[in-house]
Design a protein around this ligand. Structure first.
Ligand code: PLP
Length: 415
């Protein structure tokens, strides 16, 4: 087979995306305005969230929600050890303490581990829908509503008093379009969910995030949307558009905000993608299914979860795991695959293995399932632009690489 060059995750840019951006550039208004509003509407209609607010990244959106909730020093936020570091960094930026817990075979946070980690300091739980496969939200929402768990909750801000229990803020960076409990889309099943619209995600605005609000009574999600929108614009009483109008110069700063609004020129990219997102999802599923079909025949391959317990993935990452290999052998296999022109990745290096978190005292030995899922994991390219022939080439590259490396090791041992 001839060598192909297969990138890991290029953005989906067609003529409609380009024309939407040009439209924004020609309109004379490039920052937060009608395109952002239109994108919020698209994501809201698609995900069934009560309100959707777009900001400039997942990370800044999560920090803002934690700050709105009144997180302060000593407050604990339960997160999985197995995720991208932004999940923990957002907690630290907001002044809280990340409490890492282990995961299950589906890569997602273990509900039993969450239960054991809950203390009178717990303010928020942040489950992560790894690779686009949703966590067990029915169990998690039931858990935070249990009288015993509610009884432990100590409100230390006015918002926390209104809430009266732990907030469930899910890191839905990967899971736009995933479904939960037979058809309910992610973004509508927890108090707050945040999607990432970063360049490598299923839908992108180059950089961006979408905050989905579904807070229970007595919260007014519409009023909260307005409040958070202002908070994302330095808590300034007038946005750039109304200030730019003749005579509209006076404004006030009403609180300690952040400057994390999304620009229209960015929103335009995601807007054109959202309009065809059901088709894009279908294409991702096509690629995922070809992989599954091929790897299900190989005894050494563990397939990633996709359709299970009434849930369906958004097919963001194809997280292949190779059975019974060490981290070193996995790395060698990745090297071999790279030589054949295929870019792969590992999702994720558990946070306790990264310098910053090690220095904070986290130890990977406390998270055995995270390590075991990591050591044999290889993420394969998955996106709509891949042809069936590309996918076949990737599969053959992985099989060849496995045979070269693993057979090589066995041969050496036999000598
Ligand atoms: C991409 C990602 C983020 C961060 O998203 P940004 O929009 O880049 O801030 C957070 N969590 C997970 C699991 C991610 O993969």
């Amino acid at each position: 087979m001839g060598v192909r060059k297969i990138p890991f995750s290029p953005p989906f840019i067609n003529d409609d995306v380009i024309n939407e951006v040009i439209d924004s550039l020609k309109s004379g208004w490039i920052t937060t305005g009608p395109k952002v509003k239109a994108l919020e509407r698209e994501i809201k209609n698609f995900s069934n969230a009560t309100e959707v607010l777009c900001v400039n990244s997942w990370t800044s959106g999560a920090i803002m929600i934690l700050r709105w909730f009144g997180l302060r020093e000593g407050d604990e936020v339960i997160i999985p050890a197995y995720t991208y570091s932004a999940t923990a960094l957002a907690v630290l930026h907001a002044g809280g303490t990340p409490i890492m817990v282990d995961i299950g075979d589906d890569f997602n946070i273990s509900v039993d581990a969450i239960r054991k980690a809950i203390s009178h300091r717990t303010k928020v739980i942040m489950p992560v829908d790894i690779a686009g496969f949703p966590c067990d939200y029915e169990q998690i929402m039931n858990l935070v509503n249990e009288p015993g768990v509610k009884g432990l909750f100590k409100a230390t801000s006015s918002v926390q008093k209104e809430m009266g229990r732990i907030l469930v803020l899910n890191d839905a960076a990967h899971s736009l379009g995933a479904t939960y409990a037979n058809g309910i889309r992610t973004g509508s099943e927890t108090d707050v969910a945040v999607f990432s619209l970063h360049a490598v995600k299923n839908v992108t605005t180059a950089e961006g995030g979408a905050i989905c609000l579904n807070l229970p009574e007595p919260f007014d999600n519409k009023a909260l949307y307005t409040q958070l929108r202002q908070m994302s614009l330095n808590c300034q009483t007038k946005d750039a558009l109304s200030k730019s109008e003749a005579g509209g110069w006076r404004y006030d700063i009403t609180g300690f905000g952040m400057k994390i609004n999304m620009a229209d020129v960015n929103a335009a990219i995601g807007l054109a993608q959202m309009r065809i997102y059901p088709q894009l999802l279908k294409e991702r599923k096509r690629v995922f299914s070809i992989y599954n079909e091929a790897f299900s025949k190989l005894h050494w391959a563990i397939l990633p979860p996709a359709i299970l317990k009434g849930k369906e993935s958004s097919y963001h990452i194809y997280a292949l795991r190779i059975r019974d290999i060490t981290e070193e052998v996995r790395d060698k296999i990745i090297n071999e695959i790279s030589k054949m022109g295929v870019a792969v990745n590992v999702h994720f290096i558990p946070m306790p293995m990264l310098t910053f978190f090690k220095e904070k005292g986290f130890d990977i030995n406390d998270f055995p399932n995270s390590y075991n899922n990591y050591k044999g994991e290889i993420s394969l390219p998955i996106y709509p632009q891949l042809t069936d022939a590309d996918v076949e080439y990737i599969i053959q590259s992985v099989i060849k690489a496995y045979n070269n490396v693993v057979t090589g090791i066995y041969a050496k041992e036999a000598i």
